[in-house]
Design a protein around this ligand. Structure first.
Ligand code: NA7
Length: 665
């Protein structure tokens, strides 16, 4: 809904037949919420509630006559609103909202989630995460201030939008020739998002026209380009320049950023604050398998897909069976002569009935025209794919089968998936044994089955689970000596995520450098964003901010960007030239984080992944619920930082806060 409420209602009832046709194709849960919001009728809510057994539409069992009643009531109510030109009803009271939310997803929604959910749904179209100035324009000299953002992916663009809204001068440096980050770079067949799209989008730039519930890469890239167009960001982005490093100049309290242009020439420039938004999944990890350089055929990584290579009829080897492999394999199998998949460890994958479905025209119509429908769908999708499973990812110390699962709920999940996979594999127990992981579900990010298991049953597919020894000019040789001749090799082997910010050389004050402080694989930061000895440096998608239990990385970015904008606001409004997290705050946070991670699935024995380092410390992924992280990043607390004013700052400025003890989440 982009028009005001009264106009939207009038337009919605303008053509009753069209309205009715749309409602037939719409999701009953958000539709019911619209009806309850417009009428306050909790009776109909309670009548339908028992038939909503989960947050996904395929978990609803609402009988058709009851659905028809909801639709009829909604049409009548909308017509009544239009006929009397009624204004939007007041937002329901918190306890009513909580009941509505719980009924809408068929699960109790705890009251602590309500503020977060209202912010995420952004009723009334307001931009709920925007940061506003607190002092009048004369007291905030933005002119001499400059921010550099590294990267024009979803995180960097979010920062750019907020900087632009605040009027803070900034520049985005992007190594690629276009925006989009990981969505630009990954173009392999089948590349798609595995978080539902009406949630996987900026809360302040809703798209009601996704053609699928889980869209393909091209559509997501088009969305990103549209956001950039709408916010007129291109003039602020310098493309084709690769930042090589940045050094903090303590005397000037600013950063000297170095970059290379497309011709390889070195440049540098200064900024007061530096925001890294370089992503975690863009430095392909190609395994050091002996003899690769001897292989004569095409060999490329999913992140650098070579569309010029014709796979038709070829013997294709695909190494790796993670998220990218799961999407790419079934998408090319119809073309290739033979697909030989080299699996090191199987992944858990669930079936989601919406994964391959297009969005129906009626559903799209309701998203666009039915007041509040889009807000309620976003809530539903947020709930379906966020903290729901978090509690079940904690290890029950008394659980008798720790190698298989963590606790009773996790075990139930395991059984459900095993049953599903068995069905998909047509009861082939030998193949099933190869496909079921020897670690608990959620040990790695849960994948969505992209017809992977059915693909494995095809005549032209072989699943290899023995280790690879080496490449020859035209084959892969296994450790047992078996030779598999192949024409093309595809590496679906993931990214060098744990070497965070690599290969950037970031030098802080007093001789500190990120590479030395973090070593090969031990990044740590306060809230994943700031670190002592690196004043005025803010990281997006930094240490421990990857999401593996659910959620959308866009949500995390929005939380981080709000926090960073509040920090910059403090700097500008209070004449602060350097802002640096207190070491004790940073250390206490990381200690809490380590403790939290210790009892969770990702550090469980037998679970290997890029989420943690060689010492079993979780470094990449967040152990927190989305709710916890949202709460921790909602208000920037200056007392957690050491702030220095510029010499000559006006004496009229308020005193800077003194340190407070580290907060607990
Ligand atoms: P992932 O999820 O890291 O998957 C990489 C896959 O490659 C995984 O199956 C690995 O097996 C396998 N791999 C890695 N190194 C090797 C070697 N040396 N030999 C054989 N197999 C290997 O990367 P994706 O690109 O699929 O997905 C990245 C993220 O993108 C994903 O989490 C989503 O958030 C989107 P392993 O499991 O390590 O044994």
């Amino acid at each position: 809904m982009t028009t005001d409420f009264r106009t939207a209602v009038r337009l919605a009832v303008d053509d009753e037949a069209r309205l009715r046709a749309a409602l037939v194709e719409s999701d009953i849960a958000p539709m019911l919420m619209v009806l309850v919001q417009l009428t306050g009728d909790m009776g109909i809510l309670e009548e339908v509630a028992p038939h909503i057994q989960g947050p996904w539409n395929f978990l609803q069992t609402v009988p058709e006559p009851l659905k028809a009643r909801v639709r009829d009531r909604l049409v009548a109510v909308l017509q009544d609103f239009a006929a009397h030109d009624r204004p939007a009803p007041p937002r329901p009271a918190p306890e009513v909202l909580q009941r509505m939310m719980s009924a809408g997803v068929g699960q109790p929604v705890p009251p602590e989630y309500i503020p977060l959910l209202l912010e995420e749904m952004s009723f009334g179209e307001e931009d709920t995460r925007a940061v506003h100035w607190q002092r009048d324009p004369a007291s905030r000299p933005v002119d001499g201030f400059k921010v550099v953002v590294i990267g024009a992916g979803l995180g960097g663009l979010c920062a750019a939008i907020r900087l632009k809204q605040l009027g803070i001068p900034f520049e985005v440096l992007e190594k690629n020739a276009d925006v989009g980050g990981t969505w630009l770079e990954n173009s392999y067949p089948g590349c798609a998002v595995d978080t539902p799209n009406h949630f996987y989008s900026y809360s302040f730039h809703i798209n009601n026209h996704w053609t699928r519930h889980f869209s393909r890469r091209d559509e997501i890239l088009a969305y990103i380009r549209e956001v950039v167009r709408a916010h007129d960001l291109r003039p602020h982005i310098r493309f084709g320049v690769e930042v090589t490093g940045a050094a903090y100049d303590e005397a000037c309290a600013d950063w000297q950023v170095s970059w290379r242009d497309g011709a390889g020439a070195a440049h540098s420039g200064r900024c007061n604050a530096l925001i890294t938004a370089v992503g975690q999944l863009n430095r392909p990890a190609i395994p050091p398998i002996e003899g690769l350089s001897r292989f004569r055929g095409p060999a490329f990584h999913t992140g650098h897909w070579d569309a010029g290579v014709d796979l038709k009829g070829k013997r294709v080897a695909m190494i790796g069976t993670g998220a990218s492999g799961m999407q790419a394999g079934p998408s090319i199998v119809g073309d290739v002569g033979h697909l030989r998949i080299f699996q090191r460890t199987p992944h858990w994958a669930v079936n989601n009935r919406n994964y391959h479905l297009p969005v129906t025209p009626g559903h799209t119509w309701s998203l666009e025209h039915l007041p509040y429908y889009s807000n309620w769908l976003r809530f539903q999708q947020f709930w379906a794919s966020s903290d729901g499973f978090h509690a079940s990812l904690h290890v029950d110390p008394d659980w008798p089968q720790p190698a298989q699962s963590l606790n009773a709920t996790n075990h139930q999940m395991r059984e459900m998936i095993v049953d599903y996979v068995r069905g998909e594999l047509g009861g082939d127990e030998a193949l099933l044994a190869k496909c079921i992981p020897a670690y608990p579900p959620y040990g790695k990010r849960m994948l969505r089955d992209n017809h992977w298991y059915r693909m494995l049953r095809r005549e032209n597919v072989t699943l290899e689970t023995d280790p690879i020894s080496h490449f020859t000019e035209d084959a892969i040789v296994m450790k047992d000596g078996t030779v598999h001749p192949v024409d093309v090799v595809i590496f679906a082997t993931g990214f060098a995520a744990s070497r965070m910010l690599w290969p950037l050389e970031i030098q802080g004050r007093d001789g500190h450098s990120i590479r030395a402080d973090w070593g090969e694989d031990d990044p740590r930061a306060y809230l994943g964003m700031t670190a002592p000895a690196y004043p005025n440096l803010f990281m997006l998608y930094g240490p421990n901010t990857n999401l593996a239990h659910g959620g959308s990385i866009i949500f995390h970015s929005e939380c981080q960007v709000r926090y960073i904008m509040q920090a910059l606001r403090l700097m500008i409004e209070q004449g602060v030239e350097s802002l640096e997290v207190r070491p004790e705050v940073h250390d206490a946070y990381n200690q809490r984080l380590d403790e939290k991670a210790r009892g969770m699935v990702w550090t469980h024995p037998g679970v290997t992944s890029w989420y943690k380092n060689s010492r079993n410390r979780l470094t990449v992924t967040s152990p927190w619920r989305l709710l916890d992280y949202w709460g921790m990043t909602r208000e920037f607390d200056p007392a957690q930082f050491v702030a220095h004013r510029a010499a000559g700052a006006p004496s009229s400025l308020p005193a800077l806060p003194s340190p407070a003890p580290a907060a607990t989440p």
